[in-house]
Ligand binder design. Structure first.
Ligand code: BES
Ligand code: ZN
Length: 453
């Protein structure tokens, strides 16, 4: 094993340089104009997988390609680990808020700044390098490995479920390992016990046949902007709870040891508030910030469009309004049930005089596990060895929709161990990844594969 870790140490400079090449590819899955870049990223990744000793293949889907890298030389008695990650990234806008260009990786203060550095190209690439360290230093891996990299995580993974269903046998594995989340804090690694799910909608409100003069018509027709505001305002009560009937019915209660564990984590709400530059934290009354993030569901407006928003004043009565509204779900809520409840609520509160339509965009189920057993022990030891401190257990407020499908369809248990840091600007300007976490994380992954064998 020391050869493998020595290989990592000796090659860290090259690993980083390669990652920066990966980060230069503008693999933005949601934008049509980047379709070519998506393919280039898939091909680049497949080539690096081959260099790492994996047999790589690219699989077309109705959307962006899936890249598979396989090594099955450990034999049938050894476990098979499926490593999942994504090579697509979020759009970088607003561009003028980046201190250095989003697709020109730049090192500052022990971090690399670039879109995708943390989410998820940097973390996916750590696995490729951990695999390479084993194959180059030892000529083999301690476990059978399948690396599955998708290009549609940021747009809901719609084509991945059919891909997994079609290739259940090829993807058969004992464990799924995913690095697409955070450590608890700088120098403090963690293993996840949960992810929230997602249910995402658009509310379209339509009024008169066209925009109208707000003086000539105001007071006689219902303004879609006012109507949408009323609908949005009806979604929460004064205690910050979601005011949709039945919304909390399926919210599971959590085991005491998990709740005690959350309370024991070194987390200062005041420091968190300051780091976000807000005058006061918000959310559901009666819960701590970490509980509100990890074990409670939420409802948030993601965007609103209506009327005149240009320079100066325009007296207009707009004829349409639209809001994007999403829910983060916790076990045992489902996107389907929340859709029913949300639609019934909007029907009930929508003012007369306008037509209201709801469009459902993507969703994903929440995930939860009892973090114990061989997989978590192996990860705990590996992280402790590489970072010099015992990892903590934590939940996560974000979503990775495919995790539940992996567990169900492949009948395997998932381990979520991420290396990004809180505050690393995922989906925002100036996304960064800590270089020390990249280096130590690769070693932790090398040790993890070893411990699983
Ligand atoms: N890596 C994130 C999930 C995540 C976010 C983990 C924050 C840990 C902390 C992932 O790429 C992501 O952004 N997922 C989307 C899923 C959605 C598009 C279905 C999310 O959570 O919004
Ligand atoms: Zn993301």
């Amino acid at each position: 094993m020391s050869d493998v870790l020595a290989f990592v140490d000796a090659n860290l400079g090259r690993f980083r340089a390669e990652l920066y090449d990966f980060l230069r590819i503008q693999s933005i899955s949601t934008q049509k104009e980047h379709e070519g870049d998506m393919r280039r990223a898939a091909e680049w990744l497949a080539e690096r997988m081959r260099e790492a000793g994996l047999e790589a293949s690219i699989h077309d889907t109705p959307g962006h390609p899936v890249v598979l890298g396989e090594w099955r030389g450990a034999g049938e008695s050894a476990p098979t680990v499926l490593i999942y990650g994504h090579y697509d990234v979020q759009p970088p806008e607003p561009l003028d808020e980046w201190a250095s260009p989003p697709f020109e990786p730049t090192e500052r203060d022990g971090k690399v700044f670039a879109r995708g550095s943390a989410d998820d190209k940097g973390q996916l690439y750590m696995h490729v390098k951990a695999v390479e360290a084993h194959t180059k230093a030892n000529g083999k891996l301690p476990v059978n490995v399948i690396v599955l990299a998708e290009g549609e995580e940021e747009v809901g993974s719609d084509n991945l479920v059919p891909f997994v269903e079609k290739h259940v046998e090829r993807l058969a594995c004992d464990h799924v390992v995913i690095s697409d989340s955070n450590m608890f804090d700088e120098g403090l690694p963690s293993v996840l016990f949960s992810l929230r799910g997602l249910a995402y909608f658009e509310i379209h409100v339509k009024g008169a046949r066209s925009d109208l003069h707000s003086g000539q018509f105001g007071g006689t027709v219902v303004n879609p902007g006012n109507a949408l505001a009323a609908i949005v305002a009806s979604l929460h009560d004064a205690d910050g709870r979601v005011a949709i009937e039945g919304f909390y019915d399926d919210v599971a209660t959590w085991e005491d040891d998990i709740l005690d564990g959350i309370r024991a984590l070194p987390f200062d709400e005041e420091e968190y508030r300051r780091s976000l530059d807000v005058p006061k934290l918000g959310g559901e009354k009666g819960f701590t910030a970490l509980e509100r993030l990890w074990v409670r569901p939420t409802c948030d407006v993601n965007g609103i469009l209506c009327g005149y928003t240009g320079e100066g004043a325009k007296t207009v009565l707009p004829n349409k309004a639209m809001a994007k509204v999403s829910f983060r779900l916790v076990p045992d809520q489902t996107p389907e049930r929340v859709k029913e409840l949300f639609e019934a609520h909007v029907r009930k509160v929508a003012p007369e005089g306008v037509t209201v339509e709801i469009k459902a965009l993507h969703g994903g189920r929440p995930w939860r596990t009892r973090p114990q057993g061989k997989l978590v022990d192996a990860a705990g030891k590996a992280l402790e060895q590489a970072f010099g401190v015992r990892p903590v257990l934590q939940g996560e407020g974000g979503s990775i929709p495919i995790v539940v499908d992996f567990e169900e369809k492949l009948n395997a248990s998932a381990l979520l161990v991420g290396f990004a840091l809180p505050g690393c600007n995922l989906h925002a300007p100036n996304e960064w990844f800590e270089l020390a976490a990249f280096d130590n994380g690769i070693k932790a992954l090398c040790l993890l594969y070893e411990n699983l064998a």
